[in-house]
Design a protein around this ligand. Structure first.
Ligand SMILES: Cc1cc2nc3c(=O)[nH]c(=O)nc-3n(C[C@H](O)[C@H](O)[C@H](O)COP(=O)(O)OP(=O)(O)OC[C@H]3O[C@@H](n4cnc5c(N)ncnc54)[C@H](O)[C@@H]3O)c2cc1C
Ligand code: SF4
Length: 469
């Protein structure tokens, strides 16, 4: 683990970034490159590749918030977010997709920001992707689960495409969720943060932010934090929140901003993901080879509001995901190599809401709307068709949804009564305070979002830099 500099909190920084994930990584590099004094405050640790051992029970507890996952009050959802320098890119599946142009149409409509268009965004995608090693998975290396998906899709005449991952010399160890032991995965820990740190950016890890007292009329902001178990305060002339959709909303709620900006915590979306297992006669070697390599590429699916991907995780995660109890569970685990797995993700309505309970803990409400349920039904029908066409004897739909693509809660827009940040990612009515993580996304997108989180952060860095001088 990389230790903090002992005097890191005693210094004065031009820009203080709260949260060291996808957006925080890009922003730290962009601003450090401009010669600014930048600090990043991150609740999790600052790992090196050698810290990533393939023990699921340990890495889930350490590198995910709340020791593994968070749920809604009805236990219909689990939400997963990464904790550590690199944020969710430390633990994600590193699939890199650009948004389709029509997503930006809906973004412009809600946010009123003309720069949200494919031509402009492509410049920013090119900029961040230039810092990553990207690989489309070679069909010759597809594992049997992916081959099964291709076979089923082709039999049903659905279109598919190979996925693109941010990785180099990957050895398909299936432990992406724990952090990459080979330094292959191109999370911001391996890329943007490394460069920013070499150029003088101060990364202060194991430092959890409680709240921010926002200053006005040129006075500093005061950040309330816990470092080494000690409550401390840091004065900052300019802050940028990049603590992720749940983290940023929680900090703003704890900072008392809800009264001023009622949209804080509203408009939450997460592309609810539903897993379906198919049981086959033959062994599918679920854990061997390029395990996540194929996605749907069918225009009808896009119209129907969903996408499909092949999925696998390491054994304990797969066992938890399978659900069930007792003898049934034992039987399935004995035959786990005979199971294939596909997942659907829908472009959901922004109908969720984040709030705090009386003890200041997060409450995540994520109702599925009628329209969401219709999309989910169509997605599950397509998965059943694929699995059966590929030869599955039976299929099992998991009884709860997974939320990994957390977005919304601090939406960008024109008016403080309906949004939290303006076109420049500036919090409405507060000078020198910005948000530029996935929480500002104006609408749900239906597509893997980390590429756009990073592109947006690069875009926002110009506005932050202008405000910092
Ligand atoms: C298991 C998993 C798999 C995924 N797979 C993919 C994929 O393949 N492709 C894709 O496009 N997307 C994927 N995603 C989603 C993607 O990684 C996220 O959308 C993206 O990382 C969000 O970026 P962010 O900057 O908003 O937040 P994050 O990257 O989550 O970063 C937020 C950071 O803020 C820190 N933080 C939070 N609260 C505080 C606090 N109070 N004080 C200090 N620090 C705090 C967190 O610890 C974290 O490091 C996946 C996510 C997960 C969890
Ligand atoms: S599967 Fe590849 S990218 Fe993922 S952790 Fe293993 S080596 Fe790294």
């Amino acid at each position: 683990m990389i230790p903090n500099a002992p005097d890191a909190l005693d210094r004065r920084y031009d820009v203080t970034i709260i949260g060291g994930g996808a957006a925080g990584g890009v922003l730290s590099k962009e601003l450090t490159d401009r010669g600014m004094a930048v600090a990043v405050l991150e609740a999790g640790s600052n790992y090196e590749s050698k810290d990533f051992l393939p023990f699921e029970q340990i890495y889930q507890a350490k590198r995910f918030w709340s020791g593994g996952f968070e749920t809604d009050p009805y236990f219909k959802f689990i939400f997963i977010r990464g904790k550590g320098v690199g944020g969710s890119t430390l633990v994600n599946q590193c699939l890199i997709d650009r948004f389709r142009p029509e997503v930006f149409d809906s973004w412009r409509e809600v946010s009123g920001k003309p720069e949200f268009n494919a031509e402009e965004m492509n410049k920013w995608y090119n900029r961040v992707e230039g810092e990553l090693q990207l690989e489309a998975i070679d069909p010759d290396t597809f594992n049997l689960n992916n081959q099964m998906m291709v076979k089923g899709m082709e039999a049903c005449e659905y279109k598919w495409k190979p996925l693109r991952r941010a990785q180099t010399h990957c050895e398909d160890c299936v432990h992406c969720l724990g952090g990459c032991p080979l330094g292959s995965k191109q999370g911001t820990n391996e890329t943007f943060f490394k460069k920013a740190r070499e150029d003088g950016c101060e990364i202060i890890a194991d430092c959890e932010i409680e709240s921010v007292e926002f200053g006005q009329s040129g006075t500093d902001h005061t950040i309330n934090l816990t470092l080494d178990g000690k409550r401390q305060r840091l004065r900052a002339p300019l802050v940028v929140l990049t603590a992720g959709t749940l983290g940023t909303a929680k900090i703003l709620l704890k900072s008392g901003l809800k009264e001023r900006l009622p949209a804080v915590g509203e408009n939450f979306a997460c592309h609810p993901q539903r897993l379906v297992f198919g049981e086959f006669e033959d062994d599918l070697h679920l854990f061997d080879g390029s395990f996540q390599a194929v996605a749907s590429d069918d225009e009808q699916f896009v119209k129907d509001g969903f996408k499909l991907e092949c999925i696998a995780g390491p054994p304990i995660t797969a066992a938890i995901a399978m659900g069930d109890f007792g003898e049934d569970h034992k039987r399935k685990l004995r035959r786990i190599r005979h199971f294939g797995a596909l997942e659907s993700a829908i472009r959901d309505d922004n109908a969720g809401e984040i709030s705090l309970d009386k003890k200041g803990r997060l409450v995540i409400n994520k109702p599925l709307t009628d329209s969401d349920n219709r999309k989910l039904e169509k997605a599950l029908e397509a998965i059943h068709n694929i699995l059966h066409a590929a030869g599955a004897k039976s299929t099992d739909v998991i009884g709860m949804d997974i939320g990994l693509h957390l977005q919304g809660t601090c939406r960008m827009g024109t008016h403080p009564s309906t949004s939290v940040v303006d076109h420049n990612w500036n919090i409405h009515g507060i000078e020198r305070a910005f948000i530029c993580d996935a929480s500002t996304f104006p609408t749900s997108t239906g597509i893997n979002l980390v590429d756009t989180v990073m592109a947006q952060a690069a875009m926002a860095s110009e506005k932050v830099a202008e405000a910092a001088v």
